[in-house]
Design a protein. Structure first.
Length: 64
């Protein structure tokens, strides 16, 4: 039962690279949208909000 010998400096560097790559992947997902995609999302949200407001029934409030 012999253990595998590991250079700690190399291990730390490999771990740091792996952590940076994970962070980069998360950033690509969060911030990697094009301007056209952002504009499309905004337009769809506005259209949905208008449709929602158009279907709203307003009632008169009476003062007692």
């Amino acid at each position: 039962m012999s253990a595998e010998i590991v250079n700690l400096r190399q291990f730390r560097k490999k771990q740091a690279r792996s952590d940076k790559e994970k962070q980069a992947e998360q950033n690509r997902i969060a911030f990697g949208r094009t301007k056209a995609e952002k504009n499309l999302t905004t337009a769809l949200n506005e259209k949905t909000a208008k449709a929602h407001d158009a279907g709203r029934i307003e009632t008169e409030k009476t003062e007692d």
